[in-house]
Design a protein. Structure first.
Lengths: 320, 171
């Protein structure tokens, strides 16, 4: 039997089933039943309440949407000397790319990183920095900064990106020193970054450094490279709760302690054998890493400041 | 005017004129009864529930939205009344279908082969879908709303049920 025939048969059989009409009984019974009347006033009132509820929910939704957009979007900046900032959404996709200096424009070239996955963008940015020579054996420090309102999420993001950077550079046979930090939005830091044309990440790092070494001026540090700042942190034995440093920064671009000693003794016409007190320290002056050297021989006490990179003697004096 | 359109107009009119309940009853009482009977399998019980269904229609006429699904609305009320009653009396498990020889309208069991097949091989839900579509003429979408099932579920169950009946007839 076909479906059509089955359906016809079912219909026929069921249509044979019927009951005697009990209409009279129904009409009798409904005399004692009061139909529920639509309360128009109540309905109107309900409608107003309903509309208000919808309006309230809409407001909450819009507010939450705006808040979430603000709170949950992340900014990840990479600072070497080129300073590049990636605005990242909750799905870890790049919404916007900001170049904070001319070097950053050169690094990005014609790359369009918008809407790419974060790991793809990190690979492109770090790879290009390496290929353009901004990251090298002599300058192996990279600052990774993550800004966002959710501490747990931004910390996780920081760790992921820092590991990625380390791995990418390891792929180029370079042992990098990755300095990573995370923080919440700050109007003050934004203003400083804008004022000095550097990234918020670098502003934050400098501020943290000043917090533990208050003798530094903010303006004395802004032109130091990340490798310089990393080296300074290392030499000063500074530790920060909110900063992670993975790997050792390169010192190959700086004079060694022995080179500095040789330079100042030669300049002072002092034999090494006649020196009985010698002390050097790495420090900062006018946005330059300098060695501050003090030594004494039988005739005088000498004070030198030597540029740690160029070897230039910045200043000297002697006390007889 | 089609029966569905007529029913629609009567339900809308019932909001202001309670006398039209008699006309609605005339149009629908057998269909409501058949549907309820297919669930409860007992003549007297089905008749009582049919009566209760029309009382509810009368009381709640103001809730009908006039959206062109008058029959589906009435079937929904009858379904709710039936299952509510079955839950109350806990008769769902107790009542077992057999063609009622007392019922003068079903006096020859051999003439009701298809109903018997349905009752023996289909589950309650499957029977309902078949009856609502084949006998009462509800669309699958209306059935999905009446039974609170997904449209795809209704369609699957419908086709599976027909297949079961066909297979059973072939044996």
């Amino acid at each position: 039997m076909k479906n059509k025939d089955i359906k016809r048969k079912i219909k026929e059989e069921f249509q044979d089933i019927h009951m005697p009409s009990k209409k009279e009984k129904l009409l009798e019974d409904i005399q004692f039943v009061q139909p529920i009347q639509e309360d128009k006033h109540k309905n109107k009132h309900f409608n107003i309440k309903w509309q208000l509820s919808i309006l309230t929910i809409a407001c909450i939704y819009i507010f939450s949407f705006i808040t979430l957009q603000t709170q949950d979007a992340y900014s990840i900046s990479f600072e070497v000397n080129p300073s590049i900032e990636l605005k990242v959404n909750n799905q870890r996709r790049v919404d916007d790319v900001i170049c904070h200096n001319d070097d950053a424009v050169l690094v990005l070239d014609d790359m369009d990183l918008k809407n790419t996955d974060l790991d793809v963008a990190v690979n492109a940015v770090i790879g290009s920095m390496f290929k353009h020579g901004y990251i090298s054996e002599a300058k192996n420090s990279v600052l990774v900064s993550v800004q966002g309102s959710d501490q747990e999420k931004r910390n996780a993001l920081k760790q992921d990106v820092a590991t990625d950077v380390k791995d990418i550079l390891s792929g180029y046979s370079l042992e990098a020193s990755v300095v990573s930090q995370d923080y919440d939005f700050s109007k003050e830091r934004e203003a400083l970054a804008k004022q000095y044309g550097i990234s918020v990440g670098k502003v934050t790092l400098i501020q943290k450094l000043i917090n533990v070494s208050p003798n530094y001026d903010f303006e004395d540090l802004i032109h130091l490279s990340i490798n310089d700042l990393n080296t300074l942190i290392h030499y000063k034995h500074l530790n920060f709760k909110s900063i992670t440093i993975d790997g050792v920064e390169s010192h190959s671009g700086y004079l060694t302690n022995e080179q500095v000693k040789s330079k100042v003794l030669q300049h002072a016409h002092v034999n090494e054998e006649s020196v009985y007190e010698y002390r050097d320290d790495l420090d900062v002056q006018d946005n330059q890493l300098i060695y501050i050297v003090e030594f004494t021989d039988e005739f005088a006490k000498y004070h030198y400041k030597v540029n740690a990179i160029s070897g230039e003697i910045v200043s000297f004096e002697s006390e007889m | 005017m089609s029966k569905e359109n007529n029913l629609e107009n009567l339900l809308i009119a019932l909001k202001d004129d309670n006398r039209v309940i008699g006309d609605i009853y005339d149009l629908m009482y057998n269909e409501v009864y058949r549907y309820i009977y297919s669930i409860v399998h007992a003549k007297e019980y089905a008749q009582d529930l049919t009566h209760d269904t029309f009382i509810q229609i009368y009381k709640n006429a103001h809730l009908y939205k006039g959206n062109g699904h008058a029959k589906a609305w009435i079937i929904t009320i009858s379904r709710n009344i039936t299952y509510m009653s079955l839950r109350k009396s806990n008769r769902e498990q107790v009542v077992d279908y057999h063609i009622d020889s007392v019922d003068e309208s079903i006096n020859d069991i051999h003439d009701k082969m298809m109903i018997e097949k349905m009752m023996n091989i289909l589950r309650q839900e499957e029977r309902e879908i078949i009856i609502l579509h084949v006998v009462e003429g509800l669309t699958f979408k209306e059935i999905s709303q009446v039974m609170d099932l997904k449209l795809s579920t209704v369609l699957n169950k419908y086709h599976r049920s027909l297949k079961k009946i066909r297979k059973s007839l072939e044996e």
